[in-house]
Each structure stands twice: as C-alpha cells, then as structure tokens.
Ligand binder design. Structure first.
Ligand code: MN
Length: 193
C-alpha cells in the first residue's frame, strides 16, 4: 500500500531491532541464498535442519517518483554459511546512476560494493556510522558481528532494483571469517554461473 507523499508523515522504527510496527517486513531465509553462497553443500545441510531467517527489510511503499525518497530498515541476522557471514542478496539500482545512504543503528557489519568496471569497496559500520553508497555501485549488507546488524536506508524512489545481475554473476568479493575476524577474499565462482 502506498501512502500519500504530498503530506508529511511519521514512521516508527525500533532503535533496538529496526522493526517497524507500521508495515510488514519482507523476509529472506537460508533457502533464498541458494546459488549465492560459496559453500552450497553446507547451505543445504543448514536448510535441512532449519530454514532460518537470514534478513528482513522494511520498504515503506513510497511511489516510484524521481522526486520522492524510498526508505526503510534492513535487519541482517548474525550467522555464517561455513565461513561466509550472513548477508543480503545485494543489488544494483535499475537506474544505475542512483546513490544510497545506509545508517547503522545496531550491531556491526559492512557494506560490500562494486561497480560494473570491477572496482570493489567496503565500509565497516557500527551504530551511528553512515555509509554513502556511490551511484553505479552494487551493494550488499554483511553481518560480521554477533548481534543483528540493523540499518536505515534512503534513496531516490524510482531507482528500482536489479537483483538479477548479482544472482547470476555474484559479487567479485566474499566476506569470510579468518581467525575470528572478517576477511575480504576473491570469489572463486564469480561470473561462472
Ligand atoms: Mn539499493
């Protein structure tokens, strides 16, 4: 349901959990990460035991007009598939030239970014830190901490999402645990799907 963007409005988000009582969240489970993780065998084992919630996000239903702002929260839960941290699928914007901001309100995570030319970036976020994702960069949230990684985001409302490029090609980099800390490594499967 879209709301009227020609009048002011107020929304509530918990600063503990990121959850909004104003809307339903979209939920993504382990099974939604099929084809997107390095270790598919471990992923299938985990799904057999319990198809856990990996992340959820709130989009507030802003109409897709160029002058409006889409916003909401993303909540990525802690966990790993083998040594790869729980993450969102990630996406380019359908209008590639659109930036986005992500403000961390809880937990510890990072934003992994890459542009079509292969430049790869990341920023580590803790509460109160905001990442500016430049236009033309695909972006994915990764939880490298032990509690939920909660962020508020905002971007131009008509930007749209291109999930397909990442779903078929992957990100060039993976975020894995090495000796209790995160490490960024090359994705051996990049572009091979
Ligand atoms: Mn985005």
């Amino acid at each position: 349901m879209a709301y009227c963007v020609d009048k002011s409005s107020v929304f509530g988000f918990s600063l503990e959990t990121g959850i909004s009582k104003d809307r339903e969240s979209s939920k993504r489970y382990l099974s939604n990460l099929r084809g997107m993780v390095a270790n598919e065998a471990v992923l299938e084992e985990m799904i057999k035991k319990e198809n856990s919630l990996v992340y959820e996000f709130y989009e507030m239903g802003v109409p897709e007009h160029p002058g409006d702002l889409a916003f909401g929260t993303t909540i990525c839960y802690p966990g790993k598939v083998a040594d790869e941290y729980f993450m969102t699928k990630g996406h380019f914007h359908a209008i590639l030239d659109v930036a986005e901001v992500y403000l961390c309100i809880k937990g510890r995570g990072l934003i992994l970014m890459e542009n079509p030319e292969g430049d790869c970036l990341y920023e580590v976020l803790t509460p109160g830190k905001m990442a500016y994702v430049p236009k033309r960069y695909a972006h994915r949230s990764v939880n490298i901490g032990k509690e939920p990684f909660v962020q508020f985001f905002a971007f131009r409302a008509d930007a749209g999402h291109d999930y397909g490029t990442i779903e078929t090609r992957g990100f060039r980099k993976l975020v894995v645990e090495r000796n209790g800390e995160f490490a960024i490594i090359d994705n051996p499967k990049w572009g091979k799907n």
